[in-house]
Design a binder for this molecule. Structure first.
Ligand code: ZN
Ligand code: ZN
Length: 185
C-alpha cells in the first residue's frame, strides 16, 4: 500500500529546500502546498520546484507560485511586499520576533474571510486543519470543541453550513483551540 507523502517526508529528505514551519507543520495536508508531476517556476527565486505554495498571499501583486524556501527565508515577502496571514489584535502576542516569523515566514491557510491565527501560552499556535464532519466523529475532539469558549460564545450549531471550524494546537501545552469563521452572503 502506498503511504501518503506528507510535508514531514519532504522536510526529512531535504530540510533546506523544504524547511519546517512550526506554526504550520503540514501545509500539504491543507492544500496550501501543492504537489505537481512537472515542476513550476518559483516567481521569487526562479527555481524549478514540484512542491509549490499557491497561496494564500496577501498582496496587491499577482503572485501564484512560491517555493517553500522563499517563504521560510523571507525572500517572497521582500520581493512582493506580502504577508501570509493576518493576526487580530486579540490574538497578537507581544513578542515581535514571533509575529514576524508567523506573518512573514510561515505559509497561511485558507478560510472564508479573515484569516486569524490563534495564540496560547504566550506563543502562536500551530495550525492543524479545517475540521470536516468526519473529524467530529471523534468524541474527544467534539468534547473539546463544545467546551471551547469561542465555540460557546459563537452560539453556532454544527449543522450550520456557513461556518468553518479551524483547529490549532498550542506548541507548549498541547491544547486544541478553535477558530470559527463564518460566511455572509
Ligand atoms: Zn523560490
Ligand atoms: Zn498552551
Amino acid at each position: 500500500m502506498n503511504k501518503k507523502i506528507t510535508y514531514k517526508d519532504y522536510n526529512e529528505k531535504d530540510p533546506n529546500r523544504y524547511p519546517f514551519f512550526r506554526y504550520h507543520p503540514d501545509p500539504m495536508e491543507n492544500g496550501v502546498f501543492v504537489e505537481y508531476d512537472s515542476p513550476k517556476t518559483c516567481q521569487c527565486c526562479g527555481k524549478q520546484e514540484t512542491l509549490i505554495c499557491e497561496g494564500p498571499f496577501i498582496t496587491d501583486e499577482d503572485v501564484s507560485f512560491i517555493c517553500p524556501e522563499c517563504i521560510a527565508d523571507g525572500r517572497a515577502v521582500k520581493a512582493f511586499d506580502m504577508e501570509f496571514c493576518d493576526v487580530s489584535s486579540l490574538n497578537r502576542i507581544s513578542d515581535s520576533d514571533k509575529t514576524e516569523e508567523l506573518i512573514h515566514h510561515t505559509p497561511g491557510y485558507y478560510s472564508y474571510t479573515f484569516n486569524d491565527w490563534l495564540s496560547h501560552c504566550g506563543d502562536y499556535c500551530a495550525y492543524e486543519k479545517q475540521l470536516i464532519c468526519e473529524d467530529l466523529k471523534d468524541p474527544q475532539l467534539l468534547k473539546e470543541l463544545k467546551e471551547d469558549p469561542e465555540w460557546i460564545e459563537s452560539g453556532f450549531d454544527l449543522d450550520d453550513a456557513f461556518i468553518q471550524i479551524h483547529m490549532f494546537s498550542c506548541l507548549h501545552c498541547g491544547k486544541h483551540l478553535f477558530y470559527i469563521d463564518q460566511f455572509f452572503d
